[in-house]
Design a protein around this ligand. Structure first.
Ligand SMILES: Cc1cc2nc3c(=O)[nH]c(=O)nc-3n(C[C@H](O)[C@H](O)[C@H](O)COP(=O)(O)OP(=O)(O)OC[C@H]3O[C@@H](n4cnc5c(N)ncnc54)[C@H](O)[C@@H]3O)c2cc1C
Length: 404
């Protein structure tokens, strides 16, 4: 059978694209290997600009009502800067939207159902084994039962996540930053942090961060992230915490109040991940487009991945619907993707340097920049509110680092 579009992977990126293009009348097939979504310790917070992208896709209300937990206050504490009152995101962000939190497996389930309800064919269980690019690109998958099957489409979309195999099959070049952060995440019940706000606590000299996001049903996603540039031999110095006690100890050392953990109970896996960015420049070639983490996976310490994924979906949808020539539409999408991702990459690099890099060069920048930011908080870059639309040219960099 021939489709307009075959989407490899039914995460937020693949499911959202399938939903929005099926709604517009395209014949879409989604191939998702998991039959039930489990907690992979993945993104659970959509920044204000990502919520705005969801709104442009017509998916915000669905996410909000089915799985969402909206949070309008953002409390950010940085050792070395006097604490300020929490930011009211609705009052102070240009989109006038709070952040939208959800449990990731619940979100994936709702999004794939929405794609199916819009008319996409969604197959759960097939494992994609290969993609052959070209004028009539094809996908080979092993379907439940063990048989292998080929599917053909006008366009194949790789939405298979941060370890994407589609990238290799389609011949894309993958770039990677040097090792920097490691991020450990836990799903917790009985956590003592305030449930009406995001609580972000950074210790630049210690090179670590405690980040805490309330979810529905009294749950919290808590992260502890730390700077670890490795030994230069490709191996990390430190393994992540293996127990809630070790996770709590690290988070408390980063500045989280110890009483937050007094009645905390782990209700999901505790896992650690590399925080390195990896990305594909120009993620379209020869009948294959990449979206979401497959196109670019930003350091999860900054929680921009879901928002970037929805930005990719909105941009690819708009290009495909506006242009009958899908080869040209693919290249336009890829160029837009690069502009969006490069801005987020630049901004998150600056934030890591200023707030999380314990090395002497970064400490010297802090000595100059932090007193200026404390005196004038508008020097901070609004990556939660504006994301890639926040100014990120050289003048913005100089202002952020106090070089002006
Ligand atoms: C620890 C951590 C914390 C994070 N925190 C945040 C946060 O707070 N906010 C935020 O915005 N982002 C966060 N992120 C990033 C966010 O999780 C990702 O950007 C987002 O999930 C990417 O979605 P995706 O659809 O591109 O990929 P995925 O969610 O990985 O989906 C890919 C899908 O493809 C399927 N698949 C893969 N290979 C195959 C195959 N061969 N055949 C069939 N199916 C296949 C997988 O089963 C999966 O369902 C975090 C990431 C990590 C690791």
């Amino acid at each position: 059978m021939r489709y307009d579009l075959i989407v490899v992977g039914g995460g937020i990126a693949g499911a959202a694209l399938a939903q929005t293009l099926a709604t517009a009348g395209a014949k879409v097939l989604v191939l998702e290997r998991e039959t039930t979504f489990r907690d992979r310790v993945r993104g659970e917070q959509l920044h204000c600009w990502g919520a705005a992208e969801a709104r442009l896709l017509g998916l915000h209300e669905l996410l909000r009502t089915e799985v969402g937990y909206e949070v309008r206050l953002w409390s950010s504490r940085v050792a070395g800067i006097p604490a300020a009152a929490p930011r009211d995101l609705v009052e102070t962000s240009s989109h006038r939207l709070p952040v939208l939190n959800f449990h990731h497996p619940e979100m994936q389930t709702v999004m794939l159902h929405a794609a199916e309800a819009a008319g996409a064919e969604v197959l759960r269980g097939p494992v994609v084994l290969g993609v052959t690019p070209g004028e009539r690109p094809t996908v080979r998958a092993r379907v439940p039962g063990g048989e292998e099957q080929d599917y053909e489409a006008r366009l194949i979309v790789g939405a298979d996540g941060r370890n994407s195999a589609c990238r290799g099959w389609a011949g894309f070049e993958v770039r990677r930053d040097p090792e920097r952060m490691i991020v450990a995440g836990a799903l917790i019940h009985g956590f003592g942090a305030p449930a009406d706000r995001i609580s972000s606590i950074m210790d630049p000299a210690g090179g670590c961060l405690s980040f805490n996001a309330p979810l529905s049903d009294g749950r919290f996603r808590s992260y502890f992230a730390w700077f670890d540039a490795g030994n230069g031999d490709g191996r990390r110095r430190t393994a992540g915490p293996r127990s809630l006690e070790a996770f709590a100890e690290s988070s408390i050392a980063a500045g989280a109040p110890s009483d937050w953990f007094a009645s905390a109970e782990l209700i999901g896996p505790l896992a650690s991940f590399e925080g390195t960015d990896n990305w594909v420049p120009h993620p379209y070639r020869n009948g294959v487009a990449l979206i979401g983490d497959a196109a670019a996976s930003n350091d999860p310490s900054f929680g921009a991945g879901l928002s970037l994924a929805l930005g990719d979906v909105r941009s690819l949808r708009d290009q495909l619907l506006a242009n009958g020539d899908w080869e040209a539409a693919g290249h336009e999408y890829a160029a837009e993707h690069d502009r969006r991702y490069e801005a987020v990459h630049r901004i998150t690099d600056w934030i890591r340097t200023l707030f999380l890099d314990p090395r002497p060069e970064a400490a010297a920048i802090r000595t100059r920049a932090l007193p200026r930011i404390a005196a004038d908080p508008s020097r901070r870059v609004d990556y939660v509110g504006l994301g890639p639309l926040a100014p990120s040219d050289d003048a913005a960099r100089r202002r952020f680092f106090g070089e002006d």
